[in-house]
Design a protein around this ligand. Structure first.
Ligand code: SF4
Length: 350
């Protein structure tokens, strides 16, 4: 059975037929009605599963953009603070294999610059269009001071890394790249209800916050959380079906992938991070000391690491791969195996 989207949205029902989207019983929108698809791709398993699900539903790869936010800012600016060195190269390898466009955007200076703000503005968002650098914002915003890490919370103003380095960056991109005007775009993300009670309350399908279908730009943008109702087993199953290699961090034992030094890291993850990336770990610990505020409410990262134990799988080829800025493994794996991190600790944003 198809349900007219206007029954689910707040808009009056008198809009033209071409503004409507029809939703299947299982929550799948009418994918044929969109001109383009933007998959926000952290390179983690859930966003990968969302992309593969789109392909399985018949969306041509040529219409799908894999879009990755660099949480450490400009990848050419040198060593980052938070992310896995291999993430960008892995994302590019996935896009190349699937025949999709790979696009990146970032907050200038990444999480580190935002965290160190002292009487300064939040930096601009950067993306490239036709080889030209576009900068949005960073000029008129209020002066402000942070001088502390984002804190663990479901609230995006406290856990501001997700908004400053990802959500707001994506919104600026969608609002400012003219290719979204007079187009119907479906934004696809990989949040799952199973992950937390607050994620369980997210709508599976809704208008994206950047939608302005009735404005001058006629920018029609919907948001579909394509695997919202899926179990972790379903996520691994679709990746196995496509025989795709996963982000190397999963092979090391991490159950969730985005930033290597995620503020939600468990004691075992901090112990592993300290063992495999001691210099980067020291930079994080030094910031905690400098700010006089730890990431965890009570314990410094060193104390957390002391309580944990490094993942046994964090050695050898996959460790080398995770810590490299190139992705040197085959992206398609004939004898695919579940990674060590599958069904493990899933500590991450709530
Ligand atoms: S992965 Fe963790 S540290 Fe990185 S942006 Fe998300 S919540 Fe913040």
């Amino acid at each position: 059975m198809l349900v007219c989207m206007t029954l689910l949205a707040t808009e009056p029902t008198s809009k033209a037929e071409d503004e409507l989207t029809y939703i299947e019983d299982d929550g799948t929108p009418d994918l044929r009605s969109y001109d383009r698809f933007v998959c926000f791709f952290s390179t983690g398993k859930d966003s990968l599963a969302s992309v593969l699900h789109l392909l399985d539903l018949g969306v041509p790869a040529s219409k799908i953009e894999l879009h990755h936010h660099n949480v450490d800012g400009d990848p050419d600016a040198g060593e980052g603070l938070m992310d896995w060195p291999v993430t960008l190269a892995y994302g590019q390898a996935v896009a190349r294999h699937l025949g999709m466009e790979f696009v990146t955007s970032w907050r200038e200076g990444g999480i580190e610059r935002e965290m160190c703000r002292q009487d300064t503005r939040t930096a601009p968002v950067v993306f490239y269009k036709d080889g030209k650098r576009i900068e949005v914002g960073g000029v008129n915003g209020p002066l402000g001071t942070r001088r502390k890490f984002p804190q663990q919370s479901a609230s995006l103003s406290t856990r501001w890394c997700s908004s400053a380095a990802k959500i707001d960056v994506g919104a600026s991109y969608l609002r400012n790249d003219l290719k979204f005007r007079n187009q119907r775009t479906l934004v696809v993300t990989g949040e799952r209800a199973e992950e937390s009670s607050s994620r369980a309350r997210y709508a599976t399908f809704e208008r994206h916050r950047t939608d302005s279908r009735h404005g001058k730009t006629a920018r029609h943008i919907d948001h579909w959380r394509a695997v919202h109702g899926w179990s972790e087993a379903q996520v691994w199953a679709i990746i196995e079906k496509h025989r795709l290699e996963v982000h190397p961090a999963y092979r090391l034992g991490y159950g969730r992938v985005s930033c290597q030094f995620c503020i939600f890291g468990s004691k075992d993850q901090w112990a592993t991070n300290r063992a495999i990336a001691p210099r980067a770990f020291s930079r994080i610990a030094a910031y905690e000391q400098d700010f006089g505020v730890t990431i965890h409410r009570k314990l410094a990262v060193g104390a957390l690491a002391d309580l944990g134990a490094p993942y046994p799988a964090a050695t050898g080829f996959w460790l080398e791969c995770a810590m490299s800025t190139t992705f040197d493994a085959p992206i398609v794996v004939e004898s695919w195996k579940l990674p060590a991190g599958a069904f493990g600790e899933s500590c991450g944003p709530t």
